[in-house]
Design a protein around this ligand. Structure first.
Ligand SMILES: Cc1cc2nc3c(=O)[nH]c(=O)nc-3n(C[C@H](O)[C@H](O)[C@H](O)COP(=O)(O)O)c2cc1C
Length: 191
């Protein structure tokens, strides 16, 4: 299965989720590629910890996503920071750049899953996930939910993965997020 992971990230949190998905899909034998959306205004914040700096440097080395690449994927995972209870402008601009693919039905029938990073637990992360799912629906993609059985007894969201950051630059993925991505990746391939 060819899987394309597309993310936008400024502080590295969504990047770490995307990277973990990439890692897990590789372990499961899928052919996976990592892409980011354009963000020309991005500047490196001075004084980052070495871990956070290494993450944002690796993030900026990821190639820019294209609509054409989406056509070749069987499954597409999309992640955006939650900005004002929605996707970021960078992710929205990427979505809007795929209008031709939309009316030609180029993504219809492909599998889809969503993730986000949000500052806090009351910050509307589910609204961002919902916006990603709405895009997938318009495209005719088949959204894979995150059922409670993937992580029994844990706090998860049916719409996808959420990494809470408290607004900080990412140094490492939260252990629960890492475990949930692992379970979700396996479920995504299985269904
Ligand atoms: C313009 C802007 C709007 C934001 N809006 C929200 C929000 O509505 N809810 C929230 O929980 N966090 C919000 N945040 C915080 C980010 O979602 C959070 O820092 C996230 O971890 C960033 O992801 P990244 O590290 O991948 O860039 C906002 C941040 C910015 C810069």
């Amino acid at each position: 299965m060819n899987i394309m992971i597309i993310f936008h990230s400024v502080c590295g949190n969504d990047y770490l989720v995307a990277k973990k998905f990439e890692e897990e899909f590789k372990v499961l034998g899928a052919n996976v590629t990592l892409w980011r959306t354009a963000d020309q205004g991005w500047v490196e914040k001075p004084g980052l910890t070495p871990e956070a700096q290494a993450n944002v440097h690796a993030m900026r080395a990821v190639p820019l996503a294209t609509g054409e690449a989406m056509l070749k994927a069987d499954g597409i995972i999309m992640g955006s920071p939650t900005y004002f209870g929605n996707v970021s402008a960078s992710m929205k601009a990427f979505m809007d750049s795929t209008g031709k693919i939309w009316y030609e039905g180029g993504l219809a029938g492909k599998k889809f899953a969503a993730f986000t990073s949000a500052g806090n637990t009351e910050g509307g992360a589910d609204l961002c996930l919902q916006a990603l799912h709405t895009y997938a629906k318009y495209m005719g993609m088949i959204a894979v939910p995150l059922p409670i059985t993937v992580m029994p007894g844990e706090h998860t969201n049916a719409l996808g993965i959420i990494q809470y950051s408290q607004g900080k630059y990412a140094e490492a993925l939260a252990p629960l997020t890492a475990r949930t991505v692992k379970g979700f990746a396996a479920f995504f391939l299985r269904v």
